[in-house]
Write a protein that binds this ligand. Sequence first.
Ligand code: RP5
Length: 167
Amino acid sequence: MSQPVVGILMGSQSDAGVMAECTRLLSRFGVPWEARVSSAHRTPADTARYASEARARGLKVIVVGAGMAAHLGGAVAAQTTLPVVAVPIDVPPINGLDALLSTVQMPPGIPVGTMAVGKAGARNAALFAVQILATHDADLAARLDAHRQEMVDGVAAQQDALAGLLK
Ligand code: RP5
């Protein structure tokens, strides 16, 4: 098993269904990752330790996912200069607007790259992490190009199918 280069933290096991969208895509790109439950509020010391040791452990990007008053992105970014990519999770009763604002409104000096809310954000977090890694990896960059082409082909297939749907 290769050494993980993307570290994924989620605030609760209940975030795993959303964050699986991220891990599946990272695996498709052949990017080694690790994932842990770590909460900015319930386990703040563990979260800070993970973030502060991440670079020395060989991680290149940290992806986080958290819902409600989602401080995980900021709490992690405060402890590392690795890029932190965050997914606001859509949890009732506010369904993600709470997590989005908690994550995106960082004070100047400590950036967190905030993705879309929910599963779309989890997929984009994987792609964003791959794009960061691909700045120094031509093979990964080629895989990103191939992925974009798959999307182009997918839209062309939808266009072909449209004729049968609209009569
Ligand atoms: C956040 O609170 C977690 O990230 C999760 O999205 C939300 C609810 O957590 P659980 O009560 O399901 O553990 O900290």
